[in-house]
Design a protein around this ligand. Structure first.
Ligand code: SF4
Length: 299
């Protein structure tokens, strides 16, 4: 299989076939992001021959191991959904040719990748199996989105996700706790809940900002242009987000950036999640949480 650099995938894609169709990120400008810094390039499309060779390899493995197979493929890279409509269709055709058991195809996507597709193209992509995109919206706070160079604003998230809703393409969000900076966590959480409440994310997954020295954000902090939230403010922010979400969705905080892992179905588990967060806020010290973050070598 062709895998380049660190392969990132959401926790719920653990049993999907990971197929490399891109490596890196077309945007590559978010100040906090170091995810693809191990690559010698910003973005690369895999040659179609490599994609086909990987699918042939998977197909022959499936043949040898009776009872083994995939019903879902997750295309790897930061935003494979940026690929032109024709290329995404070609990839889907290859997936179905070699892995007939595969029903759906997902990937990470940027909001701006959806903007590039027409409504008819989104419909056609859904028909060939594209479903369950994971979008790192990070926040609905325009001040933070601008400062961090995300390349879109809250209104774009709403517009483009409504287009996905219309096409029947489901999606989940990643939220980046602490992206709004010191003293603004709860503002960011409320703005994000307001965005999410107008949409239909299957899951809202929260990761906590962990700043590494090779990020642009680290330089901004050194220059005094930005201040990180305290660890306890981050937990209060997550609490505010959950409290203000009024849609039925799954809330998860499962990645390594969260010292405490949380998971629940909203609205059913809302009070349970809030109680757990209250206990953390009341009983765990800033020092203990900071110690965890400082020793987090890798996300
Ligand atoms: S956060 Fe996502 S969109 Fe932004 S640079 Fe990193 S991988 Fe690209």
């Amino acid at each position: 299989m062709h895998y380049t650099g660190t392969i990132w995938r959401p926790p719920y894609e653990a049993s999907s076939l990971l197929l490399e169709v891109t490596a890196g990120c077309t945007h590559h400008k978010c100040k906090f992001c170091t995810l693809y810094n191990d690559l010698p390039f910003k973005f690369r499309m895999s040659p179609m021959e490599d994609i086909e060779a990987d699918l042939q390899e998977v197909a022959s493995t499936i043949k040898r191991w009776k009872g083994f197979g995939f019903d879902r493929t997750f295309l790897t890279g930061a935003n494979p959904f940026v690929l032109k409509f024709e290329r995404l269709m070609e990839i889907a055709n290859l997936v179905h040719k070699y892995i007939p058991s595969c029903k759906t195809i997902g990937s990470f996507a940027r909001i701006t990748d959806v903007t590039l597709k027409t409504d008819d193209e989104l419909d056609a992509l859904h028909k060939v199996g594209y479903d369950g995109l994971t979008i790192g919206i990070e926040t609905g706070d325009d001040v933070a989105l601008r400062f961090m160079n995300k390349g879109y604003l809250a209104a774009d998230i709403i517009t483009q996700c409504k287009r996905l809703d219309r096409a029947g393409i489901h999606y989940s969000f990643f939220y980046l706790t602490s992206i709004s900076g010191a003293g603004r966590g709860e503002i960011g959480a409320k703005a994000t809940a307001e965005v999410c409440n107008q949409l239909h994310p299957i899951e809202v997954g929260a990761n906590m900002l962990t700043i590494y020295p090779d990020s642009e954000l680290y330089q901004e902090i050194q220059k005094g242009n930005w201040t990180e939230e305290s660890e306890l403010e981050k937990y209060k922010e997550v609490r505010t987000l959950i409290e203000n979400l009024t849609i039925p969705t799954i809330f998860g905080a499962l990645g390594a950036s969260n010292a405490f892992q949380l998971m629940g179905e909203l609205p059913r588990d809302k009070q349970k999640l809030l109680d757990t967060l209250d206990k953390i806020i009341a009983n765990v010290s800033e020092e203990e949480l900071r110690h965890y973050r400082k020793n987090l070598k890798h996300l």
